[in-house]
Design a protein around this ligand. Structure first.
Ligand code: URA
Length: 272
């Protein structure tokens, strides 16, 4: 009996109770109706322009095959371009139809902390607690992140600002896909420009991949180093570094000493 309960518990942890797609797929029927060229069956009205020449993407048609990723990225850029401040950026994200994760998530997870901070942290994607509360890093790994930064006198209330590379929880906490990262990227870039921090810290590999898509580096290789970063919304280069994700430290407590070294470097950098 206990074995059975453990197995069920493992299934739940793996996300069997999560919605993976917004519609169940009948693979047998799809096979039967298969068209020689998939793109031909895309409805004309999936992505259309409204009177202001904005790209409209109908939510009900939001399946990854329906609208090519580059169109979704253009729509994301358009929405990010139009945001003149953080409030508008959040509102534009909330009404953005181009990321299917928004359909399965309970909440948009935008940011937390002091927007006047000189230190910006960019994490990966919301988990279950973040999805419930709409606040980044409010679960177990967030508690560890807070403790790490408290050690160098940084707190959300006063001198720390936190966001993510992905703004909605991926079902079952799976890794975000390259397309999801790419579609969220314009919002992340605009977010950085609106905060305009002295230092950006990338927390974990998804953040590294979001900010440096061409760079195949790992966190282990670049942690402890300080680099320059620029994006289309910035008129100057910003300083940037990367650290291990706190959930990695929870699995590998031996790496906490390395994190402490990195925190001392961050503190010196910000004081220098
Ligand atoms: N992990 C992240 O990277 N971000 C969150 O908001 C929560 C967990």
């Amino acid at each position: 009996m206990q074995e059975l309960l453990n197995t069920l518990d493992n299934f739940v942890r793996a996300g069997v109770d999560e919605i993976i797609q917004d519609k169940a797929r009948n693979l047998l029927e799809e096979q039967h109706n298969k068209q020689p060229n998939n793109t031909k069956i895309i409805k004309q009205d999936v992505a259309s322009k409204n009177t202001n020449n904005q790209l409209n993407i109908k939510k009900e048609n939001l399946i990854s095959e329906a609208v090519p990723t580059n169109k979704l990225i253009l729509a994301a850029k358009d929405a990010a371009d139009k945001a003149g401040n953080l409030e508008e950026l959040k509102a534009n994200l909330a009404s953005f139809d181009g990321c299917a994760l928004a359909k399965t998530a309970n909440n948009l997870v935008f940011a937390d902390g002091n927007e006047n901070s000189d230190l910006l942290l960019i994490g990966e994607a919301p988990g279950a607690s973040e999805d419930e509360q709409g606040i980044p890093f409010c679960g177990i790994s967030g508690k560890l992140l807070d403790d790490i930064f408290k050690a160098i006198d940084r707190k959300r209330e006063t001198n720390l600002y936190i966001t993510n590379s992905i703004f909605w929880r991926p079902p079952g906490n799976r890794r975000p896909t390259a397309e999801e990262i790419a579609v969220c990227r314009p919002f992340v870039e605009k977010h950085i420009a609106l905060i305009d921090p002295q230092l950006i810290i990338l927390v974990g590999s998804t953040a590294l991949n979001s900010i440096f898509p061409e760079n195949e580096q790992t966190i282990s290789k670049i942690r402890g180093t300080f680099m320059k970063y620029k994006n289309p919304y910035l008129d100057k280069e910003l300083d940037i570094t990367a650290i291990f994700h706190p959930s990695y430290l929870l699995r590998q407590p031996g790496k906490k000493a390395v994190m402490w070294d990195d925190m001392l470097k961050v503190r010196n950098f910000l004081q220098g």
